[in-house]
Design a protein around this ligand. Structure first.
Ligand code: GLN
Length: 282
């Protein structure tokens, strides 16, 4: 069978199963199976696919038709400038989270040797992207998931930053090592009751541990802010990703814990997504 025919059949199957990006997804899965770029496939659609590759392709298309995200089927996802290893134990990096990297680079343009902490690092996409941008920075990461720790370690190794990162498997409540110039976190912040509004791709496949913000959506953010106020140096910054409707509550929490609000940054869809604050009182 030719690549073109296999992709066309996959496209129909995904479309029939209401997968919105049916054609793109079929091409991406094929690219993954034959280990070539998507461009290669578009230029060589007449090439024949081997029986073995075709069977594997069919298997992936089947899983995609049930909603499994492409990133979990290919075990990779681009974030900022790099490709990260991901699996079902870590949240898939989101483009909106790149705001955190942009803000860090802006704030620390003229500062050297920052020692920062990432609470709930998951795949490690945030902390590793920052380390790649700034060679004099060092990072510590803490995550409650031991699986995440394994994935993040591999990413840090593959992207050549493993000597500048220390990773710990712990609940943030039980972590009390060091004092940091900067703390960043993309904690779980989805309200329990809002789970039913999440897309099937997310709710059926991504780790609840990385999404579940408790009954009010901010129980993990609350923990992160409280703990950060102990782990941060005076004058240090805390950068948090939040849900579009959590700005006011999180601002209140930050102020109560001795933080001054610098900025609320918006995401690509113009929603409040990232809140930057400075520790000013003990
Ligand atoms: N941004 C994610 C979503 O849209 C949620 C990530 C999180 O809870 N930190 O589902």
């Amino acid at each position: 069978m030719r690549l073109q025919t296999a992709i066309q059949n996959a496209y129909q199957k995904l479309k029939n199963n209401n997968i919105i990006s049916a054609l793109l997804d079929s091409e991406l899965l094929m690219a993954n199976v034959i280990n070539k770029s998507r461009e290669y496939i578009l230029l060589n659609s007449n090439h024949k696919i081997s029986k073995k590759d075709f069977n594997y392709f069919q298997k992936l298309v089947n899983q995609r038709s049930k909603g499994k995200p492409i990133a979990y089927l290919t075990n990779k996802k681009f974030f900022w400038k790099y490709e990260f290893l991901v699996d079902k134990n870590v949240l898939i990096p989101r483009p909106d989270t790149e705001i955190i990297i942009e803000q860090v680079l802006k704030i620390y343009k003229n500062k050297n040797k920052i020692n920062f902490l990432d609470i709930g690092f998951g795949s490690g996409c945030i902390l590793i992207s920052i380390l790649k941008e700034r060679e004099d920075f060092k990072a510590t990461g803490v995550d409650i998931s031991n699986h995440a720790l394994k994935i993040c370690k591999i990413n840090a190794y593959k992207l050549g930053v493993k000597n500048r990162v220390k990773l710990f498997n712990s609940d943030i409540d039980k972590f009390s090592l060091g004092k940091y110039d900067l703390i960043i976190s993309n904690p779980p912040y989805i309200k329990n009751l809002d789970f039913k509004y999440l897309k099937k791709d997310i709710i059926d496949f991504e780790p609840k541990l990385a999404l579940d913000g408790g009954l009010d959506g901010i129980s993990e953010i609350r923990k992160v802010i409280k703990k950060s106020s102990e782990l941060i140096k005076n004058g240090g910054r805390l950068i948090l990703e939040i849900a579009y409707n959590q700005k006011n509550e999180v601002k209140r929490l930050l102020k109560r814990n001795g933080f001054y609000i610098n900025l609320v940054a918006k995401d690509l869809a113009n929603n409040d997504r990232c809140i930057i604050s400075t520790k000013i009182e003990e």
